[in-house]
Design a protein. Structure first.
Length: 123
């Protein structure tokens, strides 16, 4: 799974705010989409809250809450702790991850780009 070329963490503040608003509407949580995209972008699918926090700029506790929620719905599996302090999770195969990448790519475009495609009243 590769991150679309336009996406770099941390996200531009304007793009981040747009994604957070839409994440709140879609998932009921401001952080879920951003964390999901960071997980989807992980080359090996192994992630932890500390590394994702550094990557996204979100507080560790907020990232951890998303990891737990994604584990509860079967999108991640917690790996056994092998003497490490970090709790590692492994991304499981699911169309959810590509969907999050696709939505983020689409929603990262400027409002003018989106308006020309879908009409200004639908943003």
């Amino acid at each position: 799974m590769a991150v679309p070329s336009r996406l770099n963490f941390p996200l531009h503040p304007e793009i981040r705010e747009r994604l957070r608003r839409r994440s709140k509407v879609l998932f009921g949580n401001l952080d879920r989409l951003e964390v999901a995209v960071a997980i989807a972008a992980s080359p090996d699918g192994a992630v932890n809250a500390t590394d994702l926090s550094a990557e996204t700029g979100l507080l560790n506790v907020r990232v951890r809450a998303q990891l737990i929620a994604l584990e509860q719905v079967g999108l991640l599996v917690a790996m056994p702790r092998a003497g490490e302090l970090k709790r590692w999770y492994l991304r499981l195969d699911s169309p959810f991850w590509q969907t999050c990448l696709d939505l983020t790519e689409e929603w990262s475009r400027s409002d003018d780009d989106l308006a020309s495609e879908i009409g200004p009243g639908n943003l």
